[in-house]
Design a protein around this ligand. Structure first.
Ligand SMILES: Cc1ncc(COP(=O)(O)O)c(C=O)c1O
Length: 391
């Protein structure tokens, strides 16, 4: 009995990639063996040969990711950054890439400090939709979108970017980093992306205890090339981590929906508070690009991430973030527990002030990763910290 094409997200999350083993185990065991028996030279008795090339737990996770992203193929890597690296290493020498300006700092670092040393140059733009046709060059091979962006949560119309690329009839792949929304809230492949990537460290695993990356695609050639590199480079996740992430994603729909509902309540409160200068939250009808959110996100939900500017500058931001009771001051996001951080001095501290302020990362910006604790308790925590920091 397998999944049907019409099965909904929650059913796929629970069953995709899950098999009953020879003992009837409802949850498949963790397969730690690095090598697999062969009956004659080059004739493995089953599907597997050597665990870097493929492993039962990684295969289950990859199948589940493909199903949740409406893709034919999934691949898992040792981190989100390793996933990015393998995609960029698949480009020919001398390629050009166009990326949204406001990408995750590690992705920016890879483009500007690693990919360029392998002959891949990148142009960044904060207005991708409008500027893309002028930025495409003869050697452009890749367009990179992160939506919503980190930490200012700007949403990009993936369909529009995909149409622009297709109209140019060039050999360009569109990659979307969907980490902030998770496959539950949006499926970029449905809007024309060629590859969707995730730091599964965040929502997909959801429990802040595994670093891992995944991608999905519908394109067989892209899949085969990336699978070749996955094995050749060897940046693969362990069986245990693959198993943990597979376990985590079975509750993705419940966790992400609750986080988004909690975040909506907090964002609405912040938007009406006199000590808040501005709120970035894609789920607010007043947010920029809400029309795109309605089209691209399940039930127009904004996800669990919010950023806001507090009155009182860097000092107030620091005071606020040190005085919450339930929100823990820490980097990362997407776990069941609520976290907060000050991007200007933490995740985005390495970006020159002028450059980061141009994309909205001011010293007074606070980023929240809203977890799935009780929403009233979370709101009370935000209220007391805001009052303490601004009075
Ligand atoms: C949007 C986004 N993409 C990619 C990454 C990199 O993922 P990892 O930390 O799993 O390498 C991160 C990490 O924070 C991220 O936030």
């Amino acid at each position: 009995m397998g999944l049907k094409a019409t099965d909904k997200f929650a059913t796929k999350a629970i069953h995709a990639g899950s098999h009953v083993d020879v003992h009837g185990s409802v949850i498949e065991p963790i397969s730690l063996s690095t090598t697999f028996k062969q009956s004659a030279p080059a004739q493995p008795i089953g599907e597997y040969e050597y665990s870097r090339s493929q492993n039962p737990n990684r295969k289950n996770l990859e199948d589940a990711i493909a199903a949740l992203e409406n893709g034919k193929y999934g691949l898992a890597f040792s981190s989100g950054s390793a996933t990015t690296s393998v995609i960029l290493q698949s480009l020919p020498q001398g390629s050009h890439a166009v990326s949204i300006g406001d990408v995750y700092g590690g992705t920016h670092r890879y483009f500007t400090k690693v990919a360029n040393t392998h002959g891949v140059e990148t142009t960044f733009t904060n207005n991708l939709v409008e500027e893309l046709p002028q930025l495409i060059k003869e050697n452009t091979r890749l367009v990179w979108i992160e939506s919503p962006t980190n930490p200012t949560l700007k949403v990009t119309d993936i369909g529009l970017v995909s149409q622009t690329i297709k109209s140019l009839k060039k050999d360009i792949i569109l990659v979307v980093d969907n980490t902030f929304l998770s496959p539950y809230l949006s499926n970029p492949l449905n809007f024309g992306a060629d590859i969707v990537v995730h730091s599964a460290t965040k929502y997909i695993n959801g429990h802040s205890d595994v670093v891992l990356g995944v991608l999905a695609t519908n394109d067989k050639d892209i899949y085969e090339r990336l699978q070749f590199l996955q094995n050749a480079i060897g940046a693969i996740p362990s069986p245990f981590d693959s198993w943990l992430v597979h376990r985590g994603l079975k509750t993705l729909h419940l966790r992400v929906r609750q986080a988004a509902l909690n975040a909506t309540k907090i964002a609405e409160f912040l938007a009406s508070n006199e000590n808040v200068i501005a709120v970035n939250y894609p789920g607010l009808p007043s947010s920029e690009n809400f029309e795109v959110v309605k089209k691209q996100h399940r039930d127009a939900l904004g996800g669990g991430m919010i950023s806001f500017r507090i009155k009182g500058g860097a000092e107030a931001a620091s005071k606020f973030s040190s005085s919450t009771r339930l929100f823990t001051l820490a980097e990362s996001l997407g776990g069941i527990e609520s976290l907060l951080e000050v991007p200007a001095v933490m995740t985005h501290g390495g970006i020159p002030k002028e450059q980061r302020e141009a994309s909205g990362v001011f010293d007074d910006l606070i980023r929240l990763s809203v977890g799935i604790e009780d929403s009233d308790d979370l709101l009370d925590d935000i209220k007391q910290a805001l009052q303490g920091a601004t009075n």
